[in-house]
Every structure is written in structure tokens, then in C-alpha cells.
Design a protein around this ligand. Structure first.
Ligand SMILES: Cc1cc2nc3c(=O)[nH]c(=O)nc-3n(C[C@H](O)[C@H](O)[C@H](O)COP(=O)(O)OP(=O)(O)OC[C@H]3O[C@@H](n4cnc5c(N)ncnc54)[C@H](O)[C@@H]3O)c2cc1C
Length: 247
């Protein structure tokens, strides 16, 4: 049976989560140690690693506290991230120590997967700019948001499909798709650039400089942080102890 336009729009799916997969890494606390110890031990810096765990912990903490940042750059983590386009717009503002490759809307047909906030997502902003907080929405606001978003997404995707069916190029037709559409990308960083990102894009009780990120990019940040914490526990602990300011 041939699929009709409205069939493909029926198949639209709505998500309230984001996903992060650590696909490749070469990152450990020892990478920080050998890079730092070359200052005093030259080419023997590798031999010294692991000899004295307390000294290693102390050295990493000292580097973090005094913001000697470059030893935290000799490592690499590649994440595969699925999130709405509006998250990627914010994400790619992080220029330094990051490499990106995102799926193309020119070379492939974009799939109808769209973001709708989950119940835990606070919907209402109160207060003046620069000093506001988010509070839960009412049941009516939650229902309205879900319904209106889903209608708008279906309508936009139907317009996209109509143009593709008429032979219009993907790169032209995609103009009608909203920023709530899911996209995917590889993002590669090192611990230093990740710490800078986390300092700005997450909220945390140990943060010396509070930030107020949009919740959806924070959800991505939290998942990346959980992966990184397992790879570099000493660096992660020092980051938190020293107020989550990137060195
Ligand atoms: C809560 C929040 C709200 C935001 N709101 C807005 C907004 O309304 N509008 C908007 O446009 N952006 C906004 N941004 C984006 C923000 O301005 C930054 O572009 C983004 O956070 C990336 O930070 P960065 O430049 O420090 O990171 P990176 O680009 O990774 O740079 C890392 C560091 O390198 C140095 N550096 C990089 N490039 C230069 C340069 N050209 N000159 C000098 N030093 C450089 C700086 O020290 C910088 O901190 C917001 C960010 C946050 C966290």
C-alpha cells in the first residue's frame, strides 16, 4: 500500500527526553598528571604516575584551584547527542575545544521527531529579566502546551512532506520545520572545554558562579557530566570542590 501524506504525519513522534552516548574516549586522570609533571620530570613524567595516589589527587586539585588549565586538554571524548535543534543552536556557541558534525537536512529527509516538554519541565517564568525563576504550570497549561505543540509540529511536517512530494529540494522545504525538531550530532571535546560548558550550562549547588541555562541543554549537560565523572573521577571531584569554574 502506498503511504499517503497524512500517514507520514500520523507517524510523527513526540519526545520529552534527550539522549547522550559516549561513543569514543581517551580520557583519564593520568592524562592530566603526566602533562603536568613534564614541567618537573621531563620525559620521565610517565614513570611517576600512580606512584603516590594522594600526591596525584593533590596535584590535580592544585591545578584546578590555581587555574593551570592546559594539562586538562590532553584527552578526548566524543558524544553522540540527540536533542532538539534549539538545544544545538545554544550548544554550538561553544567554539573553543569543541568539534561538531550534525546530521544534514540537505542530504537526507528529516524525520518527524519533535520535542514536547515532559511533566517535570517547569513551564512558567516569573520575575523580571535577569532575576526570574521557573515554576510548575497548571494542569491546563500543560495540556495546552502539549496539544498546541503537537498540532503545530504535524502541520509543519505536512507542509514539508507536501513540498518534497512535489519535487522541491530538501534544503528548501526544510525552512518550514520548527526548532523543536530533533537532530543528532557528534560532539568531541576535552575535559577543559567540557568543564567550561558545564560551568555555564548546568546549575549545581557547588557552583561558585551560578548560571541559569535553559533546562533542555542542561539535560544534555547532566548526561555528559555523568559519563565524564566515571572517566576522570579525580578531575571531576576537583572541579566540584573548586566551585565548578573551568581552569
Ligand atoms: C545562561 C546563558 C544565556 C545566554 N544567552 C545568550 C543570548 O541571549 N544571546 C546570545 O547571543 N548568546 C547567549 N549565550 C551564549 C554565550 O554568550 C556564549 O556564546 C556561550 O555561552 C559560549 O561561551 P564562551 O564564548 O565562553 O565559550 P567558547 O566559545 O567555547 O569560548 C571559551 C572561552 O574562550 C575565550 N574566547 C573564545 N572566543 C573568543 C573571542 N572571540 N575573543 C576573546 N576570547 C574568546 C573566552 O575566554 C571564552 O570564555 C548565553 C549563554 C548562557 C550560558
Amino acid at each position: 500500500m502506498t503511504e499517503t501524506l497524512s500517514d507520514s504525519v500520523q507517524q510523527a513522534s513526540f519526545r520529552s527526553d534527550v539522549t547522550v552516548e559516549l561513543v569514543k574516549h581517551s580520557a583519564s586522570d593520568t592524562d592530566v598528571l603526566w602533562a603536568a609533571r613534564v614541567s618537573t620530570a621531563g620525559e620521565q613524567s610517565l614513570d611517576e604516575i600512580g606512584k603516590d595516589p594522594e600526591r596525584s589527587k593533590g596535584l590535580i586539585n592544585y591545578l584546578m584551584r590555581d587555574r593551570h588549565g592546559s594539562p586538562f586538554e590532553h584527552n578526548s571524548m566524543t558524544f553522540f547527542i540527540s536533542a532538539p535543534i534549539f538545544v544545538f543552536r545554544e550548544f554550538m556557541r561553544h567554539r573553543v575545544g569543541w568539534s561538531y558534525n550534525e546530521e544534514s537536512g540537505r542530504y537526507r529527509e528529516l524525520q518527524p521527531v519533535f520535542y514536547v516538554p515532559g511533566e517535570a519541565r517547569k513551564l512558567v517564568q516569573q520575575g523580571r529579566p535577569g532575576k526570574y525563576e521557573f515554576v510548575e504550570g497548571t494542569q491546563a497549561q500543560q495540556e495546552l502546551t502539549g496539544r498546541v505543540m503537537e498540532d503545530a509540529y504535524r502541520h509543519a511536517y505536512e507542509a514539508y512532506q507536501e513540498m518534497l512530494a512535489a519535487g522541491v529540494a530538501r534544503e528548501v522545504a526544510r525552512s518550514v520545520l520548527p526548532v523543536g525538531l530533533f537532530s543528532s550530532m557528534y560532539a568531541t571535546c576535552n575535559a577543559r572545554s567540557l568543564m567550561h560548558f558545564l560551568g555555564l550550562r548546568t546549575q549545581h549547588e557547588q557552583a561558585r558562579v551560578p548560571s541559569f541555562p535553559q533546562r533542555e541543554i542542561e539535560m544534555v549537560g547532566e548526561l555528559m557530566e555523568a559519563e565524564w565523572a566515571k572517566l576522570m573521577p579525580l578531575t571531576y571531584a576537583a572541579f566540584n570542590t573548586n566551585g565548578r569554574v573551568a581552569p
